[in-house]
Design a protein around this ligand. Structure first.
Ligand code: SF4
Ligand code: SF4
Length: 143
């Protein structure tokens, strides 16, 4: 494993599962609901009934299990190939581009984040990373 003390390593996940705690905005749209349901070989309705909850804004998001972790967390993410965008992007998320100081704040919850990293480098990497997950029209709103 590469050391995270170096400022050149921005992030290295140690698989601690801390980011899967609680309900953390893991929203899923209709396409994602179908993708996860197909992956689990269940119907969309079954997925909604057993694994999702509705937010106050009437958007579906992944529910918590009895251990206060994401309901799909069992030692690791059990829907890894189809996990929500928020989970795939972490920690290179839009909030880091908008407010780079969020990187330091996020590092308090995620031990994989190097809080000594050069913030210009963090921002640059985040921009490049988001280009792989966001459509052009969304990128324009972020950058
Ligand atoms: S909290 Fe950070 S280091 Fe831990 S599993 Fe999540 S991304 Fe990886
Ligand atoms: S979908 Fe997977 S990565 Fe995302 S919070 Fe749940 S267990 Fe964690």
């Amino acid at each position: 494993m590469t050391s995270n003390n170096s400022s050149s390593v921005l992030f290295e996940c140690i698989q601690c599962g801390e980011c899967c705690n609680g309900i953390g905005g893991t929203y899923v749209d209709d396409n994602k609901i179908k993708e996860i349901a197909d992956f689990l070989k269940i119907s969309k309705n079954e997925l909604k009934e057993k694994y999702l909850i509705l937010s106050s804004e009437n958007r579906y998001m992944i529910a918590c299990g009895s251990n206060n972790k994401c309901i799909f967390f069992k030692e690791n993410c059990t829907i890894h190939p189809v996990k929500p965008r928020m989970c795939r992007e972490w920690p290179f998320i839009p909030a880091v581009v908008k407010e780079p100081e969020n990187w330091e704040y996020m590092s308090q919850a995620c031990p994989g984040i190097n809080n000594k990293a050069d913030i210009t480098e963090v921002k640059k990497t985040t921009v490049e990373s988001l280009k792989n997950t966001r459509p052009e029209k969304e990128l324009k709103k972020i950058f």
